[in-house]
Write a protein that binds this ligand. Structure first.
Ligand code: BDP
Length: 712
């Protein structure tokens, strides 16, 4: 081969290597050869064999993962052999004297211990799933180059059901999805099993996720037809060896649409029988089926109220069909009715609180983190703490419907942390949301956390590479809602970007500041729901014509010549009255309300001086401008990493940051210009003036913005 040809071939293979190695597909499970020879050699001495005791499908997954992880990290193949030093993994009960009774007694369902004993690294699970999670934990430690010689780890999940909610339609569109189409290829299932399903299951198992609702909450009854159930069963078969249960969304009117019945009344015995038969059929195909997620009587979806029945009567009817098989119903509290004129903020509480104590044991009430709808920042929903007799589970949105969608870098762990650490005062000080979610506050055994997935067919799964950090954070917090966002950011960064410590710190800093930046350039000081109509892409504070008043922006910001914000005190809608009084106290007074929630609860005069001595108007302007400066800083920080990060991932994030900066300026200029009509005050002279007039921003339109929900 001549030199030129050789060089060309080399270049081709190198570029192919980059493409393959760094398109982001491998997520945080990269398993690249550890560059630090010291660390690598140490690991090689410590791990010369892998022994997984037992051969069930879940334990086989654990073995495979250890083998491929170690082969990658160390660059050699290790499996069972007679060497002295190595890894022994298995279910604690099957490991004899290797696991002392004291250790065993600390283990709970799906938990594990990892420790050193007789030259071995022992991973012992309470059960098979625990063993698998323990093996992933060990691999994570290796990805972080941790010292493996003094391990003493005990982990039990604090939350029982840790589940992704895919808002995926059977036609493969994804409601509020910004990473391509649905990864579930219903048309080709059950015969074509995309290898991606296995990688999906691996990724979830690696962060402790143990369930997947694969269909949209705006549900299609078709999924209960036999052929679709067979497709779902094929997915369940792929998930099972990774400890993941499949769940489906149940359209309440399925007995009519699919069963040909005249009614779906939950008190009608024929309807009850239809669901019982359906449950039996499902379990005959999917023995470990998890249960149903239900959106009923919300945004046009059918439900028990269509027949004059309550949410409890509807939920219990489904729960009784599933109970013989151990299935659960996750019934969503995201409801607001067409008829009720009350502040939308208050409606879920008004409907659900009176039902506390009426739900069957296998019903969990799934509540969005905030009272309105996944805004960049929301106060916690007053339902947390208000239903002591009912397991209330958390619903977070991982996909960024209202947070810049597919193109903005916003590390959601900070937002999740803020919510979970909020004190509801439901049982006095210290009644944090985390304690409600983990069941400890009201002593519930059934607990759960759901995350609306941000996954699609994009090669890197999440579109924006940093969206992976949100998927990761969700899993980690569902396992342990007390984890600190900063630790999660660090873990994810170490596993995703094996660059210098300094560079990793820069990435962590970007993630840490990104949520506040987004709040600043979109909805500072407690503004909310001012996104453009329907697709929620970009600003739309002027939106005032929609089929429902509470879908408009003017309903929420209430800007007028006097001021800005929604009065939710006793002089207004009194939504604050739904919280415990100690919680209320912090917000009820304009003077002392934390500025980040001010406009959620108060209509504040434009010229009112806030605690920092500046007027509301000036604070508003300065926050919007600060948001831009924060994005500009993120760009600069990312740019400083160019020499350390592979070109493909560097460029992809860089281009998204460029879009984010442009859109942040769009948000700022559109909002400041819009609100200025009411404040009639000048933008502080030291700030650069908006680029265009209001009419320009109002005319922009995006008919093909992705992820839209069809209107019924
Ligand atoms: C809103 C979305 C809508 C969902 C709804 C829900 O805009 O697409 O169907 O929530 O959670 O955030 O049911």
């Amino acid at each position: 081969m001549n030199i030129k040809l050789f060089a060309l071939t080399l270049a081709f293979f190198c570029s192919f290597y980059w493409l393959k190695a760094d398109d982001g597909y491998r997520l945080w499970l990269r398993y690249d050869k550890i560059a630090d020879a010291g660390v690598r050699e140490n690991y090689k001495k410590q791990i010369q064999f892998i022994q997984v005791i037992g051969d069930s499908p879940i334990l086989q997954s654990a073995r495979k993962e250890l083998e491929s992880g170690l082969a990658g990290f160390l660059g050699i193949n290790i499996s069972e052999n007679s060497a002295e030093n190595g890894i022994v993994a298995g279910v604690a009960e099957s490991m004899g004297a290797l696991v002392l009774p004291e250790k065993k007694s600390e283990l709970r369902s799906e938990g594990y211990v990892i420790f050193n004993k007789n030259n071995k690294i022992v991973v012992a699970g309470f059960d098979e799933k625990g063993t698998l999670y323990g093996c992933f934990h060990l691999l994570r430690l290796m990805g972080q180059h941790a010292d493996l010689s003094r391990l003493d780890i005990l982990e039990n999940p604090k939350v029982q059901i840790r589940v992704l909610n895919h808002w995926d339609n059977l036609d493969r569109t994804v409601e509020r999805g910004y990473a391509g189409f649905s990864i579930w290829n219903w048309h080709q299932l059950p015969h074509y099993i995309d290898p991606r399903y296995t990688d999906y299951a691996r990724a979830n198992a690696s962060i402790g996720i143990n369930g997947a609702v694969v269909t949209n909450v705006n549900a299609n009854a078709l999924v209960f037809r036999r052929d679709y159930l067979e497709k779902a069963a094929a997915l369940a078969d792929v998930f099972r060896p990774y400890g993941i249960k499949i769940y489906l969304t149940a359209r309440f009117s399925s007995p009519i649409e699919l069963g040909g019945l005249k009614t779906a009344d939950p008190l009608d015995p024929i309807v009850q029988r239809w669901w019982q038969k359906k449950a039996k059929e499902i379990y005959s195909l999917i023995p470990n089926f998890g249960g149903f997620l239900v959106k009923a009587n919300s945004e046009g979806q059918p439900g028990p109220q269509d027949y004059g029945r309550s949410h409890a009567e509807g939920a219990n009817m489904l729960a009784r069909a599933l109970a013989p098989y151990g299935g659960v119903v996750m019934w969503r509290a995201f409801v607001y009715s067409h008829e009720t004129p009350a502040d939308r903020f208050k409606q879920a509480f008004m409907e659900f609180k009176p039902l506390d104590g009426q739900f069957d044991d296998n019903v969990l009430i799934q509540v969005k983190n905030g009272p309105i709808d996944f805004q960049p920042r929301e106060p916690v929903s007053p339902l947390f703490g208000a239903m002591p007799q009912t397991p209330v589970i958390m619903e977070f949105q991982i996909t960024k419907e209202y947070l810049g969608q597919g193109t903005h870098l916003v590390g959601l762990a900070s937002m999740y942390e803020e919510v979970l650490r909020t004190d509801t005062y439901a049982k006095g000080p210290g009644s944090t949301v985390a304690k409600i979610v983990d069941g400890s506050l009201f002593n519930h055994k059934k607990t759960g956390m759901a995350g609306v997935a941000n996954i699609g067919t994009d090669r890197n799964w999440t579109g924006h590479l940093f969206g992976q950090a949100d998927w990761y954070a969700f899993g980690r917090l569902a396992w342990d809602p007390y984890m600190a966002a900063s630790d999660i950011f660090k873990e994810w960064t170490q596993l995703t970007f094996p660059v210098s410590e300094k560079a990793q710190q820069t990435i962590v800093d970007m993630l840490k500041n990104s949520h506040e930046a987004c709040v600043n350039y979109m909805t500072p000081l407690g503004l909310h729901h001012i996104m453009a109509a329907d697709h929620h892409y970009g600003p739309g504070p002027w939106v005032d014509q929609m089929p429902r008043a509470d879908w408009t922006s003017v309903y929420y910001h209430k800007a007028d010549s006097l001021g800005l914000g929604f009065d939710r005190t006793t002089t207004g809608s009194d939504a604050l009255g739904q919280y415990a009084s100690a919680f209320c106290k912090q917000y009820v007074n304009q003077e002392t309300c934390p500025p980040e929630f001010l406009l959620w609860f108060h209509h504040v005069p434009w010229s009112k001086q806030l605690a920092n001595g500046k007027t509301l108007w000036e604070n508003l302007c300065r926050d919007y401008y600060k948001g831009i400066a924060q994005v500009a800083l993120m760009k600069k920080q990312w740019q400083s990493l160019e020499s350390e990060i592979d070109p493909e991932r560097f460029q992809s994030v860089w281009m998204h940051l460029t879009i984010q900066e442009k859109e942040a300026i769009w948000w700022r200029d559109a909002c400041v210009t819009y609100f200025q009509q009411f404040s009639k005050m000048a933008i502080p002279a030291d700030l650069e003036q908006p680029l265009h007039d209001l009419e320009y921003y109002e005319k922009l339109n995006y008919p093909y913005a992705p992820g839209i929900r069809p209107r019924w």
